[in-house]
Ligand binder design. Structure first.
Ligand code: DGL
Length: 267
């Protein structure tokens, strides 16, 4: 298949979390045209059922692909990826990259053999996470905790709002207060919103913790899948598209611009 130089890469999340995936991808491919899609009308995903996510995400991606004709789609959301990736792949005729918890990396890095998976409620209960933990962390204690408040904290931070310091502390306590949790030395940021509040998490940690996420790995995967394809000579302004544009979205404009997203569309 021939790919036009201006064919974009599509990033998809429920909200702003996928910006933590967009940023390393943009650093690796600076002239790649990008569409950043956020399902603001369906946000948040982490408190929804598997059935709702499995129905909603492939349908939305289908509409986005029809409108923007991307060369590649990235589901920049752990919740949507761990639940709906096979459904999305079946529905689209372009390559689809998913975001799954960086459990393998955590198992490699943990010295204490106790690490945590911090995600949404929906992600941490997925059999996919059980499989990754069994495959890569069989000799480790893998603690899990879901935090919807931390997702909201990341959204608030990007809207420029004042942040409640208890939220990061409580999210970490959800892991550390479990049996064995005092030895935890690595935390997988298994929700794409969480790298956006990594500084707040690090400041709230009672002892030094190594935080890992999938952003760099996904950037490498995108580079690999688009190898040999043409790109524009200069960076083009990116487009952010929301399923509902409201005051909250308007407040995101400066943060979106800092990620190179200068135009807002509604789907
Ligand atoms: N950013 C998403 C994730 O990676 C979901 C956040 C939400 O909508 O609850 O899981």
């Amino acid at each position: 298949m021939t790919v036009a130089p201006d064919a974009p890469i599509l990033f998809f999340d429920s909200g702003v979390g996928g910006l933590s995936i967009l940023a390393p991808a943009r650093a690796a491919l600076p002239t790649a045209p990008v569409i950043y899609a956020a399902d603001s009308a369906g946000f948040p995903y982490g408190t929804k059922s598997e059935a709702e996510i499995a129905a909603r995400v492939p349908a939305l991606l289908g509409r986005l692909v029809e409108r923007y004709r991307p060369r590649l789609a990235v589901i920049a959301c752990n919740t949507a990826s761990t639940i709906a990736l096979p459904h999305v792949r079946a529905a689209l005729d372009i390559p689809v990259v998913g975001t799954v918890p960086a459990i393998k990396t955590a198992a490699t890095l943990s010295k204490s053999r106790v690490f945590g998976v911090l995600g949404t409620d929906a992600t941490v209960r997925q059999p996919y996470v059980d499989r990754l933990a069994a495959e890569h962390g069989a000799d480790c204690t893998v603690l899990r905790h879901g935090s919807a408040a931390l997702v909201q904290l990341a959204e608030a931070k990007l809207r420029g709002e004042p942040l409640d310091p208890h939220i990061a502390r409580d999210a970490l306590a959800g892991l550390i207060d479990q049996p064995g949790g005092d030895k935890l030395d690595v935390v997988v940021l298994a929700c794409t919103h969480f790298p956006l509040v990594q500084a707040e998490l690090a400041a709230a940690a009672p002892h030094p913790i190594n935080f890992v996420d999938g952003g760099e790995g996904i950037a490498h995967r995108i580079v690999h899948l688009t190898q040999g394809q043409p790109w524009p000579d200069a960076p083009a302004p990116g487009i952010a598209v929301f399923t509902r544009v409201d005051k909250g979205v308007e407040a995101l404009r400066p943060a979106l611009a800092s990620y190179g997203l200068n135009r807002i569309d509604s789907l």
